[in-house]
Design a protein around this ligand. Structure first.
Ligand code: PMP
Length: 369
């Protein structure tokens, strides 16, 4: 092939999506496999969102509203910000892509935790940027080292709160001290994909900090607590000036018709959100208790997933569970080789997951570490 591919594109490790559930079932001869791997909402989409999307189907020959007027207005009301603070995306990763396109030049640096959501690294590299990973310390973001990693070439800093894959959160005073230490010319992407699940009182969303830190972009998504991962809609909240730059590089019809009406309806479905929070909180507590009884530790998490130290190679546990029809996430590539990550599901899914874990542990020897 004679196609010229820039070196910085060649250097990207492609994102490897999980196989569709149906394909796994076929491959392993399974029935009714359970997927607790991608931090999705086990209740499905909100019924109100489903209803609204169904009604919008007959409009699909039209382009979506390029300004996503109604969703922007609804979000502005919901968050207590002005509409010009909002940039909507085809998932929140689209908003990250816009920020990278708008603010990074070839060779510019983006500081990020490691391990972290893989798209930070991939998107920065698509712009010829340099990803600067800062390892976690005792599972928490090492905010001091992240500040030290910022230099004159740094344009972006990624912070995830609560973090994926650990589920740990940053308390308000630590977040503010961190933001104080970052130069105002460097944009901070504060990813709050799991904010709706947080119960801790000393957690504070970045949205109330936007006046103090105009270099802040807060990322949110409808993919998790709102149960709409499949229609792809997320957003960023930021100073209007920053939003203006992102809009310049935004694709004009980046939020599709179903996403716009579905997200509007989901925002109003307060009962569904409450139910989701309840199911996740109960499920987490249930897992914690049962895992402790099995002699395993579930790490505390403020999100809808948690890490379990399985005291043996997590990759093997993941693989053996897969054969029993339960898909969790191996943390091998994330620097936690003895852990798996479990997304909280419905009670029967959680039970099936625990039974599979219990069954496979005996077949895999514990390691000394
Ligand atoms: N940020 C984090 C921390 C995530 O875990 C995810 C999804 N796995 C996303 C962002 C992306 O969400 P979206 O579906 O809105 O693109």
């Amino acid at each position: 092939m004679q196609i010229c591919v820039p070196e910085f594109i060649r250097a990207i490790d492609p994102y490897v999506p999980g196989k569709p559930l149906e394909e796994l079932e076929r491959e392993y001869g399974l029935k009714q496999a359970v997927k607790l791997a991608s931090n999705e909402n086990p209740l499905g989409p909100s019924p109100k969102a489903l209803d609204a999307m169904q009604k919008a189907l007959f409009k699909l020959h039209r382009y979506p509203d390029g300004s996503a007027y109604y969703l922007t207005q609804a979000l502005a009301r919901h968050l207590g910000v002005t509409p010009d603070c909002l940039v909507l995306g085809n998932g929140s990763d689209d908003v990250i892509a816009m920020a990278v396109r708008a603010f990074m030049r070839m060779g510019d640096r983006a500081v990020m935790p490691h391990p972290a959501f893989l798209m930070y690294d991939i998107l920065v590299k698509t712009a010829g940027g340099v990803a600067v990973p800062v390892p976690l310390r005792n599972m928490d973001l090492d905010l001091d080292s992240m500040v030290s990693a910022v230099d004159g070439e740094t344009r972006l800093v990624f912070v995830t709160n609560p973090n994926n894959p650990t589920g740990r959160f940053i308390a308000e005073e630590k977040l503010c001290a961190f933001l104080d230490a970052i130069p105002s010319s460097v944009l901070v992407m504060l990813d709050e994909a799991y904010v709706e699940f947080v119960k801790k009182e000393n957690y504070h969303s970045g949205i109330s900090l936007l006046d103090r830190y105009p270099n802040l972009i807060v990322l949110r998504t409808f993919s998790k607590a709102y149960g709409l991962a499949g229609i792809r809609v997320g957003y960023g909240v930021m100073a209007p000036e920053v939003a203006g730059w992102l809009h310049r590089v935004r694709q004009p019809f980046n939020v599709n018709i179903l996403a716009q009406v579905g997200a509007c309806a989901a925002l109003e479905d307060v009962a569904f959100l409450e139910k989701t929070r309840e199911v996740v909180a109960e499920g987490k507590a249930w897992f914690q208790e049962r895992l402790a009884a099995m002699g395993l530790t579930a790490h505390p998490s403020e999100a809808n997933f948690f890490l379990v130290d399985v005291r043996r190679e997590g990759r093997k546990v993941f693989d053996a569970m897969l054969r029993k029809g339960v898909i969790v996430r191996s943390m091998h590539g994330y620097g936690f080789p003895r852990c798996i990550r479990i997304t909280v599901g419905l009670r029967e899914e959680n039970e099936k997951c625990l039974a599979a874990l219990d069954a496979v542990l005996g077949d895999i020897p514990e390691d000394e570490g």
